[in-house]
Write a protein that binds this ligand. Structure first.
Ligand SMILES: [Mn+2]
Length: 332
């Protein structure tokens, strides 16, 4: 019983509203109980204890066994999801977080916490920032408990060959062992690839791909591997919009391509889509429209790498698909 009570406390602690909501739902009670038992099995902590300690900055509670167990529990949830998620608004859409754990907490504390609010994250959870492990662990814990209230798709940094070089590997090695880095990457290989909100808003980490004409092509991608150096999965996680005459140009990143507004117009028309939402590039305001408003970049890590001075933004999509933004200014 105590675990159920604790769970309600968490919602109260962060959200300060709907505090009695879960208490009244037997369905949720049972669900909470099951998951708490699950996580406790072999560990000394319940789900709520882990989340609370993590959010209070006490990440030392997370030993390697616990992290392994969280990865083990979350992977089958991702495996059951299709390559292209199909979800409904209202939902908040977040771009890159890149290990900026304090900023992630700030987003949850300001906007709300699952299951009261639904989220889609567009990838790049790890690397660059100092707390990639905390970021990905909190997101995985939320996914385990509220799989229909939080969705995570794959960014180009959710790949061992990239996050070996840009911070995550070193963080794992310093705080734990290389083993946990390997396990996290096995889970990353299982992440869904893109998301369609109410059939009208297509969400992906990077962008489009030269031979990508129909959304159904995403269903054919084989998951469970690293992101290849070219092809559809590569472009979806790596490509960028640009203004050039040719439809496609090589990308200065050295991977994938850039695409112009003609590409966006053709794709949105062919697939009956209103908007493409992607992340992947730091933008000053935290969000930026391109290509006549048909493509949107959302970036959610304010003052990226402690040097850009950019705002972070989170896209709010209402039930009628009205879009607005929650802006997070760099904090002193
Ligand atoms: Mn990226």
């Amino acid at each position: 019983m105590s675990s159920i009570k604790n769970s309600t406390n968490l919602i109260t602690l962060i959200e300060n509203k709907n505090e009695n909501k879960n208490e009244n739902k037997n369905e949720n009670k049972n669900e909470n109980k099951n998951i708490n038992n699950h996580l406790k099995n072999g560990n000394q902590y319940t789900w709520i204890q882990l989340v609370r300690e993590l959010m209070n900055g006490n990440s030392k509670i997370l030993n390697e066994t616990i992290l392994q167990s969280i990865c083990q529990k979350v992977k089958p949830i991702f495996d059951r999801e299709p390559n292209l998620l199909r979800i409904k608004a209202p939902i908040f859409v977040c771009g890159d977080i890149h290990g900026q754990f304090t900023d992630l907490l700030y987003i949850f504390k300001n906007i709300g916490f699952p299951p009261n609010v639904n989220y889609l994250f567009l990838g790049d959870y790890v690397d660059r920032g100092k707390q990639s492990i905390e970021v990905i662990t909190l997101l995985f814990l939320l996914k385990i408990k509220y799989p229909k209230n939080i969705y995570l798709i794959r960014g180009n940094h959710e790949c061992a060959s990239i996050n070996k070089m840009y911070g995550f590997y070193e963080e794992c090695k310093k705080k734990y062992t290389i083993n946990i880095w390997k396990t996290f990457n096995i889970v990353f290989n299982s992440l869904p690839i893109a998301c369609l909100i109410d059939k009208k808003i297509f969400c992906v980490h990077g962008g489009l791909s030269p031979n990508f004409t129909s959304l159904h092509m995403i269903d054919g991608i084989k998951r469970g591997t690293c992101i290849p150096e070219n092809g559809l999965l590569c472009d979806l996680t790596w490509a960028d919009p640009a203004n050039h005459k040719k439809k496609w140009e090589h990308n200065d990143r050295g991977v994938s391509f850039t695409f112009n507004s003609e590409v966006v117009n053709e794709f949105t028309k062919a697939n009956n889509i209103d908007l493409i939402v992607r992340a992947h590039q730091v933008v000053n305001k935290g969000y930026e429209f391109h290509h006549g408003g048909k493509l949107l970049t959302v970036f959610s890590a304010p003052n990226y790498c402690s040097e850009y001075g950019n705002n972070g933004a989170v896209l709010k999509v209402e039930s009628d698909l009205t879009c607005s933004f929650v802006i997070f200014k760099p904090r002193k």
